[in-house]
Design a protein. Structure first.
Length: 124
């Protein structure tokens, strides 16, 4: 997947928390947001005031698409969306989440549904 295609997909699915996102889609988006944040931060340092509001607005604009692509990426790597809460743990949480997000694609295990009327499986 190319850089522009990945950005286009994430923008198109900006609030879509269903489905999956491949590694390329996720990491191209992270690179894009990091580069734009760095440019806006540099402009903020140069102009001292006017670009600060642009930087804050940019962070708000990309918050929802970033969360959506992270959750889709977690699902694609075989993890539950609740792993996003690793971010609440300062420092180490970001590292744990980055490791989970960097894992290759694999299907998530289907939840086991317990039926009270179903017979118990035979035990050896």
């Amino acid at each position: 997947m190319s850089f522009p295609a990945a950005i286009q997909i994430v923008v198109r699915k900006y609030a879509d928390f269903t489905g999956t996102a491949g590694r390329a889609e996720f990491w191209w988006w992270i690179l894009f947001t990091t580069l734009v944040t760095a440019v806006l931060g540099s402009l903020s340092d140069l102009t001292m005031n006017s670009a600060t509001s642009l930087s804050g607005a940019w962070n708000l604009v990309v918050l929802l698409p970033t969360l959506a692509v992270q959750i889709r990426r977690l699902r694609d790597s075989g993890h539950r969306w609740g792993n996003i809460f690793w971010l609440a743990l300062p420092g180490a949480g970001l590292i744990v989440l980055a490791v989970l997000l960097a894992q290759p694609s694999r299907p998530i295990a289907a939840p086991r549904i317990l039926d009270s009327n179903a017979p118990e499986p035979a035990r050896a």
